[in-house]
Design a protein around this ligand. Structure first.
Ligand SMILES: [Zn+2]
Length: 144
């Protein structure tokens, strides 16, 4: 659904003229589209001014929930990068100690290197998945 369609249907929702089955699609578009959400809020205000009360207004929690989701997502990303960042630094530190003090046998060092390389590959894959995920994020750009 594009913005023009969404905004036409959103007016129909407010006028109680849209098929119930179509309402979720309009709501879904608005959840991912800041301009349409603002437009909807404007429509609501206008309608309230014209008619007093609006029967189709979503609960205030609906809008608050959207904001919370955005915060939670941001914090989750922050936590993830703190975790991975610290982990990598610590790993680098131990790696340096381990391979430079020379007390371990060569085979142990080689095998440990293999384990660490495997872990690094897994981390890189996870990170690139995360990056891709955030690039496909439909909320991206919402706060502009
Ligand atoms: Zn839109």
């Amino acid at each position: 659904m594009d913005c023009m369609e969404a905004q036409l249907k959103m007016q129909a929702v407010l006028d109680n003229e849209l098929d119930e089955k179509e309402i979720p699609a309009v709501m879904t578009h608005m959840e991912g589209c800041y301009p349409c959400r603002q437009e909807y809020i404007e429509f609501l205000r206008l309608q309230r001014r014209l008619s007093g009360a609006s029967p189709k207004e979503p609960p205030k929690e609906w809008f608050e929930q959207l904001e919370k989701q955005k915060f939670r997502k941001g914090f989750r990303r922050l936590g993830f990068f703190f975790f991975i960042g610290s982990y990598l630094l610590l790993l680098g530190y131990f790696l340096f100690q381990f391979f430079t003090d020379g007390t371990e046998a060569l085979a142990v060092r080689i095998l440990s290197g293999g384990i660490l390389a495997g872990a690094a590959i897994l981390i890189i894959i996870t990170l690139s998945d995360r990056l891709k995920e955030s690039r496909d994020d439909k909320y991206k750009g919402v706060m502009k």
